[in-house]
Design a protein around this ligand. Sequence first.
Ligand code: ADP
Length: 623
Amino acid sequence: MHPDGTCRYEYVNPAIEAIFGLTPDQALNDPMTVVGRMHPDDASQVRHHYGHLAASQTPLRYQYRVHHPKQGLLWVEEYAQPESLPDGSVLWHGQIVDITEFKVMGSELSLSRARLREASELAQLGHWEMDLRTNGVWWCETTCNMLGCNLCDFELTAEEHWGRVHPDDLDRVKANHEAALCARQPNIKPIECRIRRDNGEFIWATHWARIRFDELGEPVQIFGTTQDVSERKRLEQTLIESKMAADRANQFKSDFVLGMSHELRTPLNAVLGFGQLLQHDPDLTPEQAANLEEIQKAGQHLVGLIDEILDLSRVESGRLELSTSTEDCGMLAEESLSLVTALAEERRVRLELDVGDGIAVDCDPIRLRQVIVNLLSNGIKYNRPNGEVKLSVRRQGDGEQESVRIDIKDTGIGIPQDRLDDVFRPFERLGREHVEGTGIGLVISKKLVEAMGGTLTVESRQGSGSRFSIIMPLGNGAHPPVSVMPSVTMKAKKARGLVLHIDDSTTNLRLLQRVLSRSNGVDYMGSPTGSLGLDLAIAYKPRLIFLDLELPDMHGFEVLERLRSMAATCHIPVVGLTARASAKDISKGLEAGFDRYIGMPFDIDEVMSAIQAYMADDERSLS
Ligand code: ADP
């Protein structure tokens, strides 16, 4: 560079071709050809730097862009050392290096870093490193932002890092790290904990971390990520609270239904009981008898409805207690079928049973029978005269997948394809209100089967019958011994003696008194309270006691206990006669020591059979 501002090259090597697309001669003849290949935005800067640095005799290091005629845009870096000449010129000794590749890599790297940062911010996922040798910890920018610190590339100590963890979570988090360190496992189990932000608030975060080991296998660093999951935690908490509120509401509903059912049963007992008494009246006209039958039918429907609503409410509130055992599925199927034979005969529907040998099923037998009976009754009810219902029991699948399949297939009216799901909705009758039913049997059945670990599905087509399939776990417990009870034939002898009835409802007392008044030789005595009942039992030593559970002065179980504890009364048979008559109530009652348990509204025949069993001076013959 000359003092007058002109310049020329003293020497140019052939490598100039690769960078500027010029020959050394072209550059030596006209230095402006070189300047002409520089990016227009950079050329003036390069010239400015040379001028400026020449004055201060400072070496030049500068990056700029060049337009190569064949290779396009290149990035170069120029290094040059100035040397002052006596005539005032400056001689630059320099070299130019093609750095295009580094520049591309560098920009790709910064692009990747920008993307990573954006992704971290979007996912609220920060990362950090802990040097186990120096105890130093580094947080990335997202971690800093997440915790409300303004500094990025923040350096802190392990103690400060742990100090952010909520005191109630700290031991758990540290133990989790320690466990992996002790076991020399690279991966630390993901863990959730609360971390303090700079403003003192806590956020919920999930940590994933990995330990890095040196070549000797010593742990040297922990690399971890921290994700803010506070929003998810908040939603979870809301869900938990909503579930608790729903459970409370369900509980309330279930208690309400239980109470209502009890309240409804008592008057129904009177309706049905006095109705049954009237049915025995020889002076009834045929019209009165028909009317009475309608009353009885409606009453029975209500009893069935109450039972089903109770069941549904128990299943829905999760209060259903199942007593599971391994049962012979064939026996259960046969028993169920026998319970619907009368209905099938009445409707002129043929029943068929097809049961594989020795198929055991894990279930609550009472509940599975209830489900099969319900499906069989539906198959009969929604059938046509001379139709058929087939019950089959098969094993299906193999190994762990093996299960029991119970199919109830009918040739009835079927269900439209688009209404198949509706049959499992409470009170959905699909417009078949003319057929006797409540519309909740299938809902209960499905829930019962699911509670026993099985599934209940349906396939059907309008007009071509339906198939309900129960899939249950194959029984893997011991097969229950099939108990063969000796059948007892009673030589019907006349019942005689005194019956004591303890019940706070005067209607119930009057009803049983009327029922028993038909039996010559049986005397009746009623008591509305437990304590009077006990006094009467001691004084009159009845041959049989009917006892309600809910008495104004004491619970029926207490009356029973006292009766059993006194020599004068301990031998007297006691029959529970109460509106609390679910399967669970019955088994609780029998466990408490009742000889028999009859639910209300009671069937007169059931009461009379108890009278006969405990008050007739019979001779029993075993066969
Ligand atoms: P219910 O029989 O007391 O009405 P369910 O819950 O057992 O109550 O059945 C619900 C409805 O599903 C019935 O009202 C009937 O319309 C339909 N349904 C059930 N089983 C069958 C069947 N086997 N064939 C045709 N329709 C059926």
